[in-house]
Design a binder for this molecule. Structure first.
Ligand code: PLP
Length: 306
């Protein structure tokens, strides 16, 4: 059902060969066709929690283009779990939005709430209100950003049989990066937030790590291995330009690997830029985490060579 452990692929790319670094891509995009990339990692232990208790279903939150909403709906369909998605903003016709259309088709009950109501998504009182209305649902944070989500992402590095010097990941909530930090002791973790002014994500990552009761020295050592690269968000979440499209096309021509314009292309663009800026030394082993998201390419398919 799931292609796990996900494959890790060595990439021969002229730029990397020239510098003398080894380059791998961890192909979490190949885990499942509908439950994209890191979204399954973040759901896995949440679903185990669901199964271990007598919940009526799973309820979670997201915007109209959320990969997490799509993944939760698909997992619900596959595992016969009722799902509710609390969606930020005005009700859209499902036809105009592929993510919601698919989630609806997968049986998710989509509930549209105003932005001000959505802002209450972390509040206990709102959760109580939701449970009173819909039943005893397991409530999962937006983006799967909780303890069990981080736990699922600790399995990524455990599947790799060597110790990379660097691992790069695109970040939305920072959950994936928190899991990478938690499960490593030497590897430098580079987070590429995919929106403007993404520096706040560092605090979010630290908050997620704190749930694991690390002593202060360990926590500090982990945070020291984290760096954020904020230079290549291309204007913000969901934004892109011709340069990024050209990059996606040329990366595909060189490697036959597809990247999406919302997350993974920005991460890979950053990695290659760091390479050009001589951030790495000869012999370094670098892993790029392909977190999936390829369904997002449908909106730009007429611009792509594949
Ligand atoms: C959701 C998503 C991310 C962000 O992961 P976080 O754990 O929220 O930081 C990265 N890449 C892709 C393709 C995603 O769908």
């Amino acid at each position: 059902m799931f292609n796990l452990p996900s494959p890790i692929q060595k990439i021969n790319h002229p730029l990397f060969d020239k510098v003398g670094v080894e380059f791998f891509i961890k192909r979490d995009d190949l885990i499942h066709s509908d439950i994209s990339g890191n979204k399954w990692r973040k759901l896995k232990f949440n679903i185990e929690k669901f199964k271990a208790n007598k919940y009526d279903g799973i309820l979670t939150f997201g915007g109209a283009f959320s990969n997490h909403i799509a993944a939760t709906a698909a997992a619900g369909k596959m595992l016969n779990i009722k799902t509710i998605g609390i969606i930020r903003g005005e009700e859209l016709s499902y036809q105009s939005n592929e993510t919601l259309q698919k989630a609806h088709y997968n049986g998710m009950n989509l509930v549209f709430v105003s932005r001000s109501k959505y802002a209450e998504r972390y509040e206990r009182l709102y959760h109580e209100e939701l449970r009173a209305k819909y039943g005893n649902f397991l409530i999962i944070n937006e983006g799967g950003a909780n303890y069990h989500g981080v736990l699922g992402c600790t399995e990524i590095l455990k599947e790799i049989e060597f110790t990379p010097d660097y691992i790069y990941s695109a970040s939305g909530t920072g959950t994936t990066v928190a899991g990478l930090l938690l499960s490593s002791i030497q590897t430098k973790i580079v987070s590429v937030p995919v929106f403007k002014n993404g520096g706040f994500i560092k605090d979010d990552i630290i908050s997620l790590l704190k749930q694991f009761m690390l002593d202060s020295v360990t926590l500090e050592q982990k945070v020291e291995r984290l760096s954020l690269n904020l230079n290549h968000h291309f204007g913000g979440y969901g934004k892109f330009n011709q340069e990024l499209i050209d990059f996606i096309n040329s990366f595909y021509e060189q490697t036959q690997i597809k990247l999406d314009q919302i997350y993974t292309a920005k991460m890979m663009f950053t990695l290659i830029n760091d390479l050009k800026e001589k951030k790495f030394k000869k012999g370094d082993v670098i892993v790029a985490l392909h977190t999936g998201g390829l369904q997002g390419l449908t909106s730009i398919k007429n611009k792509l060579v594949f």
